[in-house]
Design a protein around this ligand. Structure first.
Ligand SMILES: Nc1nc2c(c(=O)[nH]1)N[C@H]1C(S)=C(S)[C@@H](COP(=O)(O)O)O[C@H]1N2
Ligand SMILES: [Mo]
Length: 435
């Protein structure tokens, strides 16, 4: 028996909760029956123990956001994992992401500031300005936008730039997201491109800046909570929308009612909620959330845990590939004798598509290809399906690894460490116990 297994089984047989807290203090430990069952299995009946990498702790004991995390209680929202109350931040458990179109109650929530008062007027009278490097600044109501421009409906991913952050070692600043800061809603709105063209962009219009109505947490009037911007090419992409409906209904208040940007495939922070102004600029935008280490990644790897002011970093653009298993929850116990598991999930790769999803049940020694469906439209996530065979009862981990259309795979562990913890896309691990 391997040293790591014996150590773990001893640790967990004496005092599993304490052992788990010692090993994973900052990460919600598994609790109660799940921990007991998984803890008992570890070291006792791991059919593929020989393949288990040395020093790797079982996923059952290392869930980033799990049973120890409090639950969001909010009208219109499912029992999301509450990561923070001020600002309000909540993550969707992976097993709640099984729908092709994410229902609004299962959308993750990310705020940087306060939540503005709900716009009391007719939503069609909400105004959005477009100014800066344009020949004709526009000040349009949602009614104007809807009547002057083509209205489109698309399934679009929105993923927080910090999704997967809990995987970084050492821990970074920011909300400790597992893999659930992702949604794929059906958004209705107008193309930002069409609105920009109507304003007549000047030659110098190279970047955008975005503004919303949410107050800063300090309460200081006029102070912005977040105001990011992007290169004009992304603004002109035909799936970048000023949206006013989500899944056929007005956008829920917490998700930006009455209007928001949807910038699919890039960090969610570009998708300004409660949108009231876009400015076009000759230089990159300089609002809160721009520059330094904000939504910026090292171009050359830096020493994990080191100080860095981000001067040499590059702004994040497309999000990296990720595949999630959504029909088997982490910590699931299945009846003895289960020998075959039907699996399915979602996969996406920012501006790219997902070419392959592979699953391993033997700690990465062998991989089984799943079927990956084409996206219904550009920037939607993709459904994958398949099945795996299991040789006996015991403890298994289902590892899920996506490969993007350029051949890049998810790494085993979060890579390219950076001070604010962006771009982590380690492959997902789900623990199951059979028998
Ligand atoms: N006005 C405004 N827009 C915002 C934010 C915010 O704090 N204020 N947060 C951004 C971030 S960081 C993300 S990941 C997404 C989250 O959108 P959601 O809460 O609808 O899921 O909104 C973005 N848009
Ligand atoms: Mo975000």
């Amino acid at each position: 028996m391997k040293r790591t297994e014996r150590g773990l089984s001893e640790l967990y047989s004496t005092d599993p909760e304490r052992a788990d807290a010692l090993a994973f203090g900052r990460r919600g430990p598994l609790k109660g029956a799940t921990l007991a069952a998984m803890g008992a299995a570890v070291g006792a009946s791991i059919p593929f123990a020989a393949q288990m990498p040395d020093g790797m702790l079982p996923a059952a004991l290392a869930q980033p956001a799990g049973n120890g995390t409090p639950t969001l209680r909010m009208d219109g929202k499912a029992a999301l994992l509450l990561l923070g109350e001020r600002p309000l931040v909540a993550e969707t458990p992976e097993a709640m992401l099984d729908d092709d179109v994410t229902p609004v109650d299962k959308f993750f929530v990310r705020n940087n500031g306060g939540i503005p008062d709900r716009f009391a007027g007719d939503p069609k009278s909400w105004r959005v300005r477009l100014d800066g490097e344009v020949n004709t600044p526009l000040d349009l109501s949602l009614g104007d936008l809807e009547s002057r421009f083509e209205v489109v409906t698309l399934r679009l991913q929105m993923e927080c730039g910090g999704n997967g952050r809990a995987g970084f070692v050492p821990e970074t600043r920011g909300n400790q997201w597992g893999n659930g800061a992702i949604s794929n809603g059906e958004w209705t709105g107008v193309r930002l491109r069409d609105v920009i063209r109507a304003a007549g962009p000047k030659d110098g219009a190279r970047f955008t800046g975005h503004f919303g109505a949410d107050p800063h947490l300090s309460g200081e009037p006029g102070r912005l909570s977040i105001s990011r911007g992007m290169p004009i090419a992304k603004a002109m992409d035909d799936t970048t929308l000023i949206a006013f409906r989500l899944n056929g209904q007005p956008i829920p208040h917490i998700h930006g009612f009455p209007a928001r940007l949807v910038v699919p495939g890039w960090p969610g922070s570009l998708s300004q909620k409660w949108l009231n102004r876009i400015t076009l600029r000759a230089t990159p935008h300089d609002g809160p959330g721009m520059g330094g280490t904000s939504y910026r990644m090292p171009v050359r790897p830096i020493v994990p845990g080191s100080n860095n002011n981000g001067a040499d970093f590059a702004d994040m653009t497309s999000m990296p590939v990720r595949a999630l298993l959504t029909n088997v929850a982490h910590g699931t116990r299945l009846p003895a004798g289960t020998r075959r598991l039907d699996l399915r999930g979602q996969a996406w790769a920012g501006d790219l598509t997902v070419r392959d999803v592979h699953v391993s049940t033997d700690f990465g020694a062998s991989w089984t290809a799943m079927q990956v469906a084409a996206p219904p439209n550009k920037h939607s996530w993709q459904r994958w399906t398949g099945s795996v065979e299991l040789p006996s009862d015991g403890y298994y981990e289902i590892w899920t690894r996506g490969t993007d259309s350029q051949g890049r795979m998810q790494p085993h562990a979060a890579a390219n460490w950076n001070p604010q913890g962006y771009g982590a896309n380690a492959m997902a691990r789900v623990a199951v116990l059979i028998g």
